[in-house]
Design a protein around this ligand. Structure first.
Ligand code: 13P
Ligand code: SF4
Length: 302
């Protein structure tokens, strides 16, 4: 009998001494084939500690870049090099340098959803899981520039009580979730808790019962005694939520919150990437050292 695609992927993984990391928004079959599925913070930590020779990273480009920065001795491959993040593309290093000139004493906090060049211009990185803690770790008198997600920046500023200059970037997928979707979902599922990602608009977050990163949403729903949840994030997260909580029901706030870039990775492309060892992600010096410093400062914050 001939080898199935999944068998081939597993064989290539062994032969190449590879580990497969996948973000929580990946297609269900990609998540199921991965060694570790998580949020941006968990994936960075996992990449930093892997002993594998090769990391096959199933997510979008800034995530694979982060893995390459944290593992200089390993080969980081992606199944689909065109999988980018439109929000990350809303900030360039040149624009950020210009803003820094008008705020010379400010600390720059960059969301991990950013290019390595933007990270290199930043003092410290954050993810949606630790943005509040990162802001709280900065000296109270210091002005903060937050780039590129205005929604996460606004949420973290309100939670930490810090004054923040926001960059006008946003996630097109999360901004498709509207306040009226939450009102409709509450009417349709009166017993449900509404849980949202901080990339959603302020209106949506203010209507939610809990706000968290993708792994934070999973943790909250697992621990909660509620039986029904309305989920305000990219719809790929519904796969893990349903699989890990068989007795509970999960409803997307809207079916329109899908990230087309996250869905570009497929099992076929994973096989091709490992077979031919193609689509390596590298960050060259001097950008790499400066970008790594911002990520390592984040990882050092407890
Ligand atoms: P998390 O770090 O919460 O998984 O979010 C990453 C992301 O791209 C959300 O759109
Ligand atoms: Fe970027 Fe939004 Fe897609 Fe996340 S969901 S990768 S922030 S476009």
């Amino acid at each position: 009998m001939s080898e199935s695609l999944i068998e081939k992927l597993q064989r290539l993984k062994r032969e190449r001494r590879a580990v497969i990391l996948a973000h929580n928004y990946q297609r269900p079959e990609v998540q199921d084939a991965a060694d570790y599925v998580g949020d941006s913070l968990g994936l960075s930590r996992q990449a930093a500690r892997t002993a594998a020779d090769v990391i096959l990273f199933c997510g979008v480009d800034f995530m694979a870049e982060t893995a390459a920065l944290l593992c200089p001795g390993r080969k980081v491959l992606v199944p689909e090099p065109r999988a980018g993040c439109p929000m990350a593309n809303m900030a360039t290093a040149r624009e950020l340098r210009r803003l820094k000139e008008t705020h010379p004493d400010a600390a720059v906090v960059c969301y991990v959803n950013s290019s390595a060049e933007v990270k290199a211009e930043s003092d410290v990185c954050c993810t949606s899981a630790n943005a509040v803690r990162v802001l709280e770790s900065l000296p109270p008198e210091r002005e903060i520039l937050f780039v590129p997600d205005q929604s996460l920046g606004d949420y973290a500023a309100r939670k930490s009580g810090r004054k923040v200059v926001l960059w006008p970037g946003y996630c097109p997928t999360h901004h498709r979730i509207l306040a009226e979707d939450i009102h409709h979902a509450r009417a349709a599922h009166p017993g449900a808790l509404v849980v949202a990602h901080p990339e959603c608009t302020r209106d949506v977050l203010d209507l939610s019962d809990h706000v968290a990163s993708t792994t934070g949403i999973l943790d909250f729903c697992r621990a909660s005694s509620a039986r029904e949840f309305v989920i305000g994030t990219e719809i790929g997260l519904l796969h893990r939520l349903a699989r890990e909580n068989p007795g509970k029901a999960f409803f997307p706030a809207t079916p329109h919150s899908d990230c087309p870039n996250m869905k570009l990775n497929t099992i076929e492309k994973m096989v091709w990437s490992l077979e031919d060892m193609i689509h390596e992600v590298r960050v060259e010096e001097p950008i790499a050292s400066r970008a790594r410093r911002a990520i390592e400062r984040m990882l050092a914050i407890p």
